[in-house]
Design a protein around this ligand. Structure first.
Ligand SMILES: C[S@@+](CC[C@H](N)C(=O)[O-])C[C@H]1O[C@@H](n2cnc3c(N)ncnc32)[C@H](O)[C@@H]1O
Ligand SMILES: O=C(O)C(=O)C[C@]1(C(=O)O)C=C[C@@H](O)C=C1
Length: 243
């Protein structure tokens, strides 16, 4: 997936507006997420490996907050000839438009239904895999439990939810240390202090992170009997929960 370089916060904004997945962000998103999220490439590739193991014949796979289609493409490469359907959902028209082009660039016998919709309005059924790759953190916290419960109800027995998130830590010393490591990662990827601080202000009201403990409690509340981390680098993690 080619993408222009992210320079959105490189110049001083008079007022930093809340972060949105608009046309400007969609145009640089591939570069932005790679340079902002340690392990992103590995997580996307490994979601495909999980799919190979977990997706059953004649079932459905949901990619919620699919953005440009990175996880969908990774999954689709691994589940050929299983008579499955992938439902990829994003409520940003700019993302969906680009995602459609990215999906069309590869041949596959697994159909993808691409929906420009809110993930809270989706009905889940016959699902062997549901993916929330850095999406739940953008949902209002009060609405996260309901979504997970609805996902759980739509999963087949043995079905899995893979969820990647930026984490928050209750322990202030750990929070400070790990956050500092993440900021160094951004600097090493060429982001300036101005870019880092303006992006942080933009995300403040729209991305509310949970602790690992909150995620585990939510999995249990939704009904999942098995859940664990499978990846963590600094404050970015990916978890798997099984019905
Ligand atoms: C950080 S990006 C996800 C990255 C993507 N999953 C990947 O693997 O590259 C979050 C995405 O979730 C979408 N999103 C946020 N809230 C949403 C909602 N309520 N319904 C649908 N999509 C949503 C955004 O438009 C954005 O494209
Ligand atoms: O925490 C940050 O600094 C980020 O930029 C993280 C993050 C994310 O986790 O989704 C936020 C917005 C963009 O989607 C890309 C990365």
């Amino acid at each position: 997936m080619n993408s222009s370089q992210d320079t959105i916060y490189a110049t001083m904004h008079d007022q930093v507006a809340d972060f949105t997945f608009d046309d400007r962000v969609a145009g640089v998103f591939s570069d932005m997420i790679k340079r902002s999220v340690p392990g992103y490439g590995q997580i996307v590739n490994t979601i495909g490996d999980f799919a190979k193991r977990l997706v059953t014949h004649n079932s459905q796979v949901y990619d919620l907050g699919c953005s440009l289609g990175a996880a969908t493409l990774s999954i689709r490469r691994h589940i050929e000839n299983r008579q499955c359907r992938i439902i990829a959902v994003d409520n940003s028209a700019a993302m969906v438009e680009r995602c459609r082009e990215n999906l069309a660039a590869y041949v596959s016998n697994t159909p993808v239904e691409l929906l420009c919709a809110d993930i809270r309005d989706i009905t889940f059924e016959n699902a062997s895999l549901v993916v929330l790759n850095f999406t739940l953190q953008f949902l209002p916290p009060a609405e996260r439990d309901t979504l997970l419960t609805r996902i759980y109800q739509g999963l087949l027995p043995g079905g899995a939810l893979i969820i990647s998130e930026k984490l928050r830590f209750e322990d202030a010393t750990i929070q400070q240390l790990i956050e500092a490591q993440h900021l160094d990662f951004k600097r090493a990827n060429g982001y300036s202090e101005l870019e880092i601080s303006q992006k942080r202000s933009a995300l403040e009201n729209v991305m509310k992170t949970d602790t690992l403990e909150q995620h585990y409690a939510r999995f249990a509340k939704a009904g999942f009997q098995h859940a664990n981390l499978w990846f963590q680098c600094f404050n970015f993690a990916s978890m798997v929960a099984i019905k």
